[in-house]
Design a binder for this molecule. Structure first.
Ligand code: NIG
Ligand code: FE
Length: 427
């Protein structure tokens, strides 16, 4: 008689049980899961050294993990929550002081964002306020915004500098972002809820006032001095490629140097006009091109063919009352579309990714499934972190959002309130 093959036990440090609906957003089919999001009902998952090692029906967790009495195993009761991957917000400007409510209302009275920028307001108003604030204040403000994001289900946040615009202040902003990152990594509490922080260097946000007559000097400063000395402080280098900010040639120079120094690349592209930014992103192999309100079909095809993620930021259309870019058009052309808040005091003062999903569904032609993919795994792709985060799959990090819902399909339908109960990040 042949003996039954014995499965070796799976080592686990934590098991999350009692999940009503596990919305995995998995890229490969998961046994027992269904639909575009690979949803599993009455599920559990196990984690070892911060990696997901097992996903399955809740009733299989007991014999696999609990009766084997593995030492020190932690059991987390999800209490019937719906569980999704935590949101990956791949485009934010969280380090700033002050606010621009006055300009917001001027715009409602008919003054355009570009006019304000040309008058030395807009981004420059925030640069002035940020330069005046001390590091402690800036850190506290950014941390409050970061924790608001977390409380709405976000577990990864990219944060850009870009309101310093000189050596001292850009460096200070990058240090604040890295301090936030370290504080999150060290945070300990009974419910682990760290936010993963990804720093981006954005000195080419707009030309600072004091360089108005010395444009070339600012570019030299960024390319020859700041980029080399900030290696290690930022994963990405970003630029604002726009008539009111930097030309395609200037952006090419900055990003080529950044790429040679080992930064990954991002571009604010074709936001206010057809700026050529998307083409440049394709040419340089940027990780993402963001905004894209004025990108042509040819621009979009170039992005698709170069494997650049298209990041759409519906908060800007909401705030500027400009037409929403059609996500449907991008999806139909075969692009990888991500959604992000762009949280900043000018064009999108919002920390809440649930709001972005709602807007994308109401105004941009996305289905809930497409919007959830865009806010999780495609956000991870926009940060070149898709091997680590963005979906609930074996081998990935356990970075989750727990929702107080009957069914994930209530997202985007039940609107205007926070449906997330908490995030959960197991190390
Ligand atoms: O992504 N477009 C450039 N940067 C931001 C706006 C920043 C601001 O207005 O302060 C954006 O929309
Ligand atoms: Fe932005």
């Amino acid at each position: 008689m042949q003996a039954e093959p014995v499965q070796p036990p799976i080592r686990a440090s934590a098991v999350i049980r009692n999940i009503k609906q596990l919305v995995t957003v998995a890229q490969r089919p998961i046994e027992g899961a269904s639909g575009a999001l690979q949803v599993l009902n009455n599920a559990a998952l196990a984690v070892y050294h911060g990696r997901i090692v097992w996903i399955g029906p809740d009733n299989e967790a007991e014999p696999l993990f609990l009766s084997t009495r593995q030492d020190g195993i932690t059991i987390v009761d999800a209490q019937g929550a719906v569980v999704t991957p935590g949101f990956v917000d791949s485009h934010t400007h969280l380090v700033f002081a002050g606010q621009r409510a006055e300009e917001f209302h001027l715009r409602r009275a008919g003054v355009s964002y570009a006019e304000l920028l040309a008058q030395g307001k807009g981004i420059l108003t925030t640069v002035e306020a940020t330069r005046k604030a001390d590091a402690e204040t800036l850190l506290a403000l950014a941390q409050r915004r970061l924790h608001l994001m977390r409380d709405h289900g976000t577990t990864t946040v990219e944060i850009k500098s870009g309101y310093g615009l000189d050596r001292i202040n850009e460096e200070a902003c990058l240090h604040i972002i890295n301090n936030l990152k370290a504080l999150e990594e060290r945070a300990s509490s009974s419910v682990p809820q760290q936010v993963r922080v990804v720093p981006t260097f954005l000195a080419a946000h707009v030309l600072p006032l004091e360089y108005r007559e010395r444009r070339a000097d600012y570019l030299d400063l960024v390319v020859e001095e700041l980029l080399p000395s900030f290696v290690g402080l930022a994963r990405f280098c970003d630029v604002f490629c726009e008539a009111e900010a930097f030309t395609v040639e200037e952006c090419r120079r900055i990003l080529s140097r950044a790429r040679d120094l080992g930064y990954h690349l991002k571009i604010h592209a074709d936001q206010l006009s057809p700026s050529g930014g998307a083409r440049l992103a394709a040419e340089l192999g940027a990780t993402s091109a963001d905004h894209l309100d004025h990108a042509s079909d040819e621009d979009l095809k170039a992005l698709r063919d170069a494997g650049v993620v298209a990041t759409l930021l519906p908060g800007c259309s909401y705030t500027l009352r400009s037409p929403y870019p059609s996500a449907r058009r991008l999806l139909d052309l075969g692009l990888t579309v991500a959604l992000a808040t762009d949280c900043n005091p000018g064009t999108s003062y919002c920390e809440n990714m649930q709001m972005m999903i709602g807007l994308a569904m109401a105004e941009m032609g996305m289905s809930l499934e497409e919007a959830l993919i865009a806010a999780t795994i495609n956000g991870a792709k926009a940060l070149a972190l898709e091997e680590e985060i963005g979906s609930i799959e074996i081998g990935k990090r356990c970075e989750l959002a727990l929702w107080q819902l009957e069914d994930y399909r209530e997202i985007g339908y039940h609107f205007g309130v926070n449906l997330v109960q908490s995030t959960l990040t197991l190390l």
